[in-house]
Design a protein around this ligand. Structure first.
Ligand SMILES: O=C(O)CCC(=O)C(=O)O
Ligand SMILES: [Fe+2]
Length: 261
C-alpha cells in the first residue's frame, strides 16, 4: 500500500514514482555504472530494520568458503595461478528470508509495486520476480571483525543492497566496472589478474546506513574488504530474478544458509 511504503522510502529525496526522477536515476546508473541513493530509507524505517537486524543477528549462519572469482571450486585441470582458478576467501553471516518478520519493512519494500516498477524501469527489464524458495529473496548479511567477501562476479545479473550498519573501519566495497561482459561471453583475464594481485586500483565505495546501492554484479568484479573492528557491517540484499519460478540452487542454499529449506 502507498501509505506503508511512504513510511519506509524517503519520498522527499527519492520520489521513485516520478518520471523525471526515474530518468535521472537511469542516467546516473549509466554514467557511474552504479546507482547510489543515500537516505533511501526514512529514519524510522532504518531504525526498525536495524532493530530487526540486531534481533536476528544471533541466528545468522556463518559460512567460510574458498571460491574462484566466478564462484567455482578450484579446477585441477587449470593452472594454479590462472586468474580464474585462484581461490578467494569469503566469510560472512547470513539470515535467510524465512526468519524475517512477515510485517518487516523489508517485506513491504521488497513486494512494493512502486519499488519494483522503479527497478524495472531503471534496469530496462520486463518484470522482476522473487525467488520461489523460502530463503533467498531477502537476506541480512553480517560481516564481523575480520570477515570479508573475496573478489567475485555474482551469478545474478544485478544486485540491490541496503546498508543498515556501516563498519567503523574496513569493510569497504571495492569494484571495477570492466572485466566481464556476460552476455557476450567476454572476460578480461589480464585485468582480473591485476586486480587480484593488487596491481590495479579498484574503485571504492563507502556508504552510510540507509543507502541503497544497485550494481551489475555479474559484470563487475567486486569484493568487501575485511572489517577491522568490533562494529559489524550489516547489509541487506534484496534479491530478484528476471524470470518467474527461479530458486537458488540447493547447493548454494546449503552453503549460505546452512540448510536448503
Ligand atoms: O556486501 C556488499 O556490499 C556486497 C555483497 C555482495 O557482493 C554479494 O552478496 O554478492
Ligand atoms: Fe557480490
Amino acid at each position: 500500500m502507498m501509505l506503508d511504503i511512504k513510511k519506509i522510502i524517503n519520498f522527499l529525496e527519492h520520489p521513485i514514482n516520478n518520471d523525471d526522477y526515474v530518468n535521472l536515476c537511469k542516467k546516473k546508473l549509466h554514467t557511474n555504472s552504479l546507482l547510489v541513493l543515500s537516505n533511501f530509507l526514512t529514519n524510522q524505517s532504518l531504525k526498525n530494520i536495524l532493530e530487526e537486524a540486531k534481533k536476528l543477528e544471533h541466528q545468522a549462519f556463518y559460512c567460510s568458503q574458498k571460491h574462484t572469482v566466478l564462484l567455482n571450486k578450484k579446477n585441477n585441470d587449470l593452472k594454479i595461478d590462472d586468474p580464474l582458478n585462484v581461490l578467494m576467501t569469503s566469510d560472512k553471516g547470513c539470515v535467510p528470508h524465512d526468519l524475517i518478520d512477515k510485517y518487516s519493512d523489508l517485506n513491504t519494500l521488497y513486494a512494493s509495486t512502486i519499488f519494483k516498477n522503479f527497478l524495472v524501469r531503471i534496469l530496462d527489464l520486463q518484470n522482476i520476480f522473487p525467488y520461489c524458495d523460502k530463503l533467498s529473496s531477502i537476506n541480512y548479511n553480517y560481516y564481523q571483525e575480520g570477515q570479508q567477501l573475496g573478489w567475485h562476479f555474482d551469478n545474478a545479473s544485478f544486485a540491490i543492497t541496503l546498508m543498515i550498519q556501516s563498519p567503523l573501519k574496513g569493510g569497504s566495497f571495492e569494484y571495477i566496472t570492466e572485466g566481464r561482459d556476460y552476455k557476450n561471453n567476454y572476460i578480461d583475464i589480464n585485468l582480473i589478474n591485476k586486480i587480484i594481485n593488487n596491481l590495479y586500483e579498484p574503485k571504492e565505495l563507502q556508504v552510510k546506513p540507509g543507502t541503497l546501492v544497485l550494481f551489475y554484479g555479474r559484470n563487475y568484479l567486486h569484493r568487501v574488504t575485511p572489517v577491522v573492528n568490533k562494529q559489524s557491517r550489516i547489509l541487506v540484499t534484496l534479491n530478484y530474478n528476471e524470470e518467474n519460478n527461479i530458486e537458488l540452487s540447493e547447493n548454494a542454499r546449503i552453503t549460505f544458509f546452512g540448510r536448503s529449506d
